[in-house]
Design a binder for this molecule. Structure first.
Ligand code: GCB
Length: 650
């Protein structure tokens, strides 16, 4: 008979081992939250804005650095922070180069007067390379969109407490072969065909390269000695939460820490002291995915209270509360297990994309998308092809929507993008991503790239390195990348935990030939599984639809054709999910904007919803299927039981 005490000890030893490695990444990027010791001031709304249209695109720096004069901004537009789709000026929509944002902010005088307060400026994401000044003093710069960056600005503000706080952010959307995603600028020098200095930006991905500031800019405060980072690793078997708190600031070595875990009703269920420890929850309520349990997305609140003695003997405190879900993730050769139960991904690929806002964060859109995913019976999505706003991950935690969290490593297709500079940057980006998202129970797997040229000779070492690095940062989650290479030539596949394959049978291959799907998809799965003996997710499949276009017999771009493609794929999924296929993610949740091109009719139309989030016929096909799968598992909570017979395409 198994000894329960031994069993418990084993789990804890394992947790501690993991947690020691996790402490490697304790450099901190906690989501800003208000508490009795922390305040937030959001800086959303209108900023002064100007694109640098000068011939060398450098006038802003020539005139402005180090002090930003108002001359560059003398005729400021008052624009929201994403500029591409709000302008009537085509030069601005497709602008490449530096744009400048500028704003004067009222900072509470207490924040400046009280030297025990740290004032932090945080940019949720700006695409691609950003430089930030406060009152003309450069405070930070950052390479890469889709991830946050911040700077402590209290020192600058205190330099001249009478000065207003002027924040200037310059953002450049130029991509190079070493950026993530990669791109390159091509000068077209034929004077008979192009004006002098004419250039284009080539990219190797299929979404519009929305530029500017995509997410919240805010100021927040902490005390000078503060909770800089928290890492949690949980174990469902014994309700254990191993935590590791990183403290920063001058008095950090004298800090005392108390950690309190409360349940949904605010009842204390466990406490611990010290920067590292284990909280044990008796009869823990686990975190479960949507449609897998009657109580999906259960979260505890873990409050960290840090105390240090002030100069006059007073107690200085910092408090930070982290939502925590208790769950485990494991991969076998045929299954994906959440809390040791098989999980089948029936979900979508998304984009942060909508009319006018482009990639700008928008709460009503986020809520609508969650309502649609739940309507659809989707239990998961991939953050194709970059990290999404943290608020979206919080929604996933709360609603039990499972996430494959993807880096911006999309379109690594030029051999020069496999060099050392690219690799070093990719490792940094994975560090930033894992640091930001490591505590989300909804995040169950990292995807380091989408459709790289993984058959190229350097791809093997490149992906071995990126994947090993990601696993070292987070030993608790599987790591993958999404491939469309041939199974026999893919050099990175030996290093992934789950094979994620994209294929567009009867679309990009054998267009119009629906009859080949079954045979070719079977072959695809058998070849990948035969070679690697790893579980497989169909990470993309689909077909473009011009909404309202009908045709019988079905032809490409009609609603009927998309339905037929989906059904043909589904038949094969149904055979293979009994074996080793562990998921299917439709491409795409909604139509989205792309660069202009001859295959794109105002964007990519493979959405099952339009860009305005109205269902196409394919949405009903998928809805019927996803609810049927959810019903089959027998784990569907009674309140969600859906009579499949009543779900019918219109
Ligand atoms: C893909 C890409 C995705 C594209 C899609 C398409 O393989 O991963 O970004 O949008 O195909 O529709 O071409």
């Amino acid at each position: 008979m198994a000894c329960p005490v031994k069993h418990l000890q084993l789990h804890l030893i394992l947790l501690f081992a993991l947690w020691d490695v996790c402490s490697m990444i304790n450099s901190g990027m906690l989501f800003p939250r208000e508490s009795s010791s922390r305040e937030i001031k959001e800086l959303n709304g209108l900023w002064s804005f100007r694109a640098d249209l000068s011939p060398n695109r450098n006038l802003g720096f020539e005139q402005a650095e180090p002090i930003i004069t108002t001359s560059l901004l003398s005729q400021p537009n008052s624009d929201p922070l994403i500029y591409n789709d709000i302008t009537q000026d085509p030069k601005l929509r497709d602008f490449i180069g530096w744009v400048w944002y500028d704003r004067e902010v009222v900072v509470p005088s207490r924040w400046v007067a009280d030297k025990n307060i740290r004032v932090v400026l945080r940019v949720g994401s700006a695409h691609y390379y950003s430089v930030v000044w406060v009152n003309g003093v450069k405070v930070t710069e950052h390479h890469g969109g889709h991830l946050p960056f911040e700077a402590e600005i209290g020192g600058v503000l205190r330099g001249d407490p009478t000065a207003p706080c002027r924040i200037t952010i310059a953002v450049n959307n130029t991509l190079t072969l070493q950026t993530l995603p990669p791109g390159n600028i091509q000068y077209l020098n034929d004077p008979a065909r192009y004006p002098k200095g004419y250039f284009v930006q080539n990219t190797y991905f299929d979404f519009f390269n929305y530029a500017g500031i995509h997410r919240s800019v805010l100021l927040y405060t902490t005390p000078q000695t503060y909770v800089n980072d928290i890492t949690v690793v949980t174990d469902f078997a014994d309700g254990a939460i191993a935590y590791d708190v990183a403290v920063s600031g001058s008095a950090s070595s004298n800090a005392s820490l108390k950690v309190t875990l409360t349940d949904g009703r605010g009842r204390c269920v466990a406490t611990a002291t010290g920067p590292k420890g284990v909280l044990k929850v008796v009869d823990a309520t686990l975190w479960w995915p949507y449609l897998m349990h009657e109580r999906p997305g259960f979260l505890y609140n873990m409050e960290v209270c840090l105390q240090v003695a002030g100069a006059r003997g007073e107690v200085l405190e910092d408090r930070y509360t982290l939502p925590v879900g208790i769950r485990t993730v494991k991969v076998t050769s045929t299954q994906f297990l959440i809390n040791n139960k098989p999980f089948y991904f029936h979900g979508v690929n998304k984009h942060e994309d909508s009319d006018i806002r482009g990639k700008g964060f928008d709460w009503p859109l986020v809520v609508k998308d969650f309502n649609l995913m739940k309507w659809l019976g989707a239990n998961s999505f991939r953050t194709s092809h970059y990290p999404y706003d943290e608020e979206i991950l919080h929604m996933c935690d709360r609603h039990g929507i499972v996430v494959i969290d993807e880096s911006p490593g999309v379109g690594i297709r030029d051999i020069r993008s496999f060099g050392n500079a690219s690799l070093a940057h990719h490792l940094d980006v994975m560090g930033e991503l894992v640091t930001r998202d490591k505590n989300h129970p909804s995040v169950v797997m990292w995807s380091v790239a989408n459709e790289p040229a993984s058959e190229m000779p350097p791809a093997g070492l490149y992906f071995e390195t990126v994947i090993a690095h990601t696993k070292a940062l987070d030993p608790t989650r599987p790591v993958t990348y999404v491939t469309n290479s041939n199974y026999a030539r893919d050099k990175g596949a030996p290093f992934v935990d789950v094979i994620c394959v994209n294929s567009y049978l009867s679309w990009y291959h054998d267009p119009g030939a629906l009859e080949v799907i079954s045979l070719q998809l079977n072959t695809q799965f058998e070849e990948w599984y035969g070679k690697y003996k790893k579980p497989i997710i169909q990470s993309e499949y689909g077909a473009d639809v011009v909404p309202g276009l009908h045709s019988d017999p079905p032809v490409m771009f009609s609603e009927e054709y998309q339905v037929m493609v989906l059904r043909s794929y589904h038949e094969v999924f149904d055979q293979k999910r009994k074996q080793y296929v562990i998921g299917e993610l439709i491409w795409n949740f909604a139509d989205f904007m792309t660069a202009q091109g001859v295959t794109r009719v105002v964007g990519n139309k493979k959405g099952i919803f339009t860009r305005q989030r109205q269902p196409k016929a394919g949405a009903y096909t998928l809805r019927e299927r996803y609810w049927r799968i959810a019903n089959e598992t027998g784990l569907l909570p009674p309140w969600t039981k859906y009579p499949c017979s009543q779900l019918r395409s219109p």
